[in-house]
Design a protein around this ligand. Structure first.
Ligand code: UDP
Length: 325
């Protein structure tokens, strides 16, 4: 099988490439290197530098592949509210370009990186795929729209897809094969790491009065290598069953912000300089995934997502990159 990984030089994409290669899949990476990094490329995967808005280059890259994994997207929630035009163009138009290039080249299988942000502020903490979708930011809205486009391309163009709704992606490849730290990280664990290494003088915990075990927000943190394995299994599923699916990917277990900080201090032996601050608008108290469907249909199970392993693998990379300063 030959697979085009769109966004394959990015944080999740590079882990997906490693996973596909380990199963003998022929991989071609397509990435514009806007946030992806050449350091994340694998020697035995072909690389084409290109943008999903550049239709001729995209169509060329699509030639001779059996399936596509599409992870190229803008993903900063705050930015999406200030620049919806940018998110509409890259996430919506860009994905439609990918789909049209597939149609033109008769490529049938599509694995899509969706997100728990499609659920917004749900009235419950434990979410399965039937939870109503009500995104509260333009990023989540763009992913929800694409899921809808996908079901129409399934009906009208016979493209079979698996949309994977990631919960909180964390961690790094344990063998150190993915070397690129994310630039300008916006998420909790990279911020905790940058605080340890004094890239930031101090971090803020957003809210300590939530109705949770210690008052701080609870999220479902899933190791990126576990996310990666789901992409391979999704491609196998599509080949075998030829049926579209939307699947949550999480562990089903929640950890609070305070737990993340305490466990980081324990695992690394370093102090995290933090202060308690106000709630961040749009943060639900707790979110956890039911991923039974991914388990039943794909045989997927997280095996890398213990809190200790998540922190250890992240620390390993940050130590290597920032520890020398
Ligand atoms: N968070 C925090 N301080 C930060 C960044 C994040 O307290 O500097 C909290 C945030 O409020 C949320 C959790 O960490 O409860 C995870 O946030 P992140 O932005 O990583 O992911 P989200 O769940 O918002 O997609």
């Amino acid at each position: 099988m030959r697979v085009l990984v769109v966004g394959g030089a990015g944080y999740i994409g590079s882990h997906v490439v490693k996973e596909l290669l380990s199963h003998g899949v022929e991989v071609r990476v397509y990435d514009n290197l806007s946030t992806g990094q050449t350091i994340n490329l694998f020697e035995n995967a072909e690389f084409i530098e290109g943008d999903i808005l550049d239709i001729p280059t995209l169509e060329k890259a699509m030639q001779g592949v059996d399936g596509v994994v599409h992870l190229a997207a803008k993903k900063a929630v705050g930015e999406s509210m200030m620049h919806p035009d940018m998110y509409a163009l890259n996430n919506l138009n860009g994905t439609v370009n990918v789909l049209n290039a597939m149609v033109k080249n008769n490529v049938k299988y599509f694995v899509f990186s969706s997100t728990a942000a499609v659920y917004g502020m749900p009235d419950r903490s434990i979410l399965d795929e039937t939870t109503p979708l009500d995104p509260i930011n333009f990023y989540g809205f763009s992913k929800k729209m694409i899921e809808e486009v996908l079901s129409w391309y399934d009906r009208l163009k016979d493209i079979k897809f698996v949309a994977l709704r990631y919960f909180n992606a964390v961690g790094y490849d344990a063998e150190g094969d993915v070397k690129g730290m994310e630039k300008n990280p916006q998420n909790l664990l990279p911020i905790v790491m940058e605080t340890i290494f004094s890239v930031r003088p101090q971090m803020t915990v957003f809210g300590s009065d939530y109705p949770t075990k210690d008052g701080t927000c609870v999220r479902d943190y899933i190791h990126v290598s576990d996310l990666a394995s789901a992409h391979y299994l999704a491609l196998e599923y599509l080949k075998k069953e030829n049926q579209s699916q939307i699947l949550n990917l999480g562990t089903g277990t929640g950890h609070s912000v305070k737990e993340m900080i305490d466990e980081t201090e324990r695992v690394t032996g370093k102090k995290v300089n933090y202060k308690m601050g106000d709630r961040r608008p749009g943060d639900p108290a707790a979110l956890m995934a039911v991923s039974l469907k991914a388990n039943e249909l794909l045989g997927w199970k997280p095996v890398h997502s213990s809190l200790e392993n998540i922190i250890q693998t992240t620390y390993q990379l940050y130590q290597k990159e920032l520890g020398k300063n």
